[in-house]
Design a protein around this ligand. Sequence first.
Ligand SMILES: Nc1ncnc2c1ncn2[C@@H]1O[C@H](COP(=O)(O)OP(=O)(O)OP(=O)(O)O)[C@@H](O)[C@H]1O
Ligand SMILES: O=C(O)C1=C[C@@H](O)[C@@H](O)[C@H](O)C1
Ligand SMILES: [Mg+2]
Length: 178
Amino acid sequence: MPSADAAEPLFPLVIIGPMAAGKTKIGRRVARVLELPFIDTDKRIAVQNGPISEIFDREGEDYFRVLEREAVVEALAEEAVVSLGGGAVLHVGTQADLAEASVVLLTVSAEAVQRRLSGSGRPLLDAESRSEATERWQRILDERMPVYESLADVRFDTSSRPIAAIADDIVAWVRGRS
Ligand SMILES: Nc1ncnc2c1ncn2[C@@H]1O[C@H](COP(=O)(O)OP(=O)(O)OP(=O)(O)O)[C@@H](O)[C@H]1O
Ligand SMILES: O=C(O)C1=C[C@@H](O)[C@@H](O)[C@H](O)C1
Ligand SMILES: [Mg+2]
């Protein structure tokens, strides 16, 4: 993981990590505390194109990734807190763009995530049971973790602490860099 460099621009502040790590909830709170706009790329895609699960069903994952890349490019041009979809970091262009941003990785244990995985529009985790969804989540995480780690400037685990406390830690980290 690269070390913090005070000369780097602070914003956008980008939140990455696996599904249900808390990117949306924690990112929104960080933005509120920093008095910055908040952008969630999944939410933007859904507002413009309909629910993500329907995009996957209708057009397939590759089409979703094209929409996602467009949403990421647009979001990263803004001085904002930006939460990315879990797989957005797979795009090589996004990987290059994140080298210029402040990147926070949120992690979560499989035990904690299992409690968070209700049947809520995550097409890659569609499964008969919560335990099967958690197994899928773990397999996807194992594949992506090296990418997340290579892009992150700092990481916070969300398994066992309240959203507000984690958001405060992120804000303190950001303020410590400026
Ligand atoms: N620190 C936490 N402690 C307990 N529950 C949490 C915590 N952070 C997030 N959650 C809960 O986990 C669920 C997923 O959070 P959130 O939607 O923010 O995750 P995400 O990383 O944006 O997931 P997605 O893959 O859907 O984009 C929500 O129900 C949220 O309330
Ligand atoms: O991890 C992923 O690949 C995904 C995560 C979600 O945030 C959504 O972007 C979508 O369901 C795909
Ligand atoms: Mg989210």
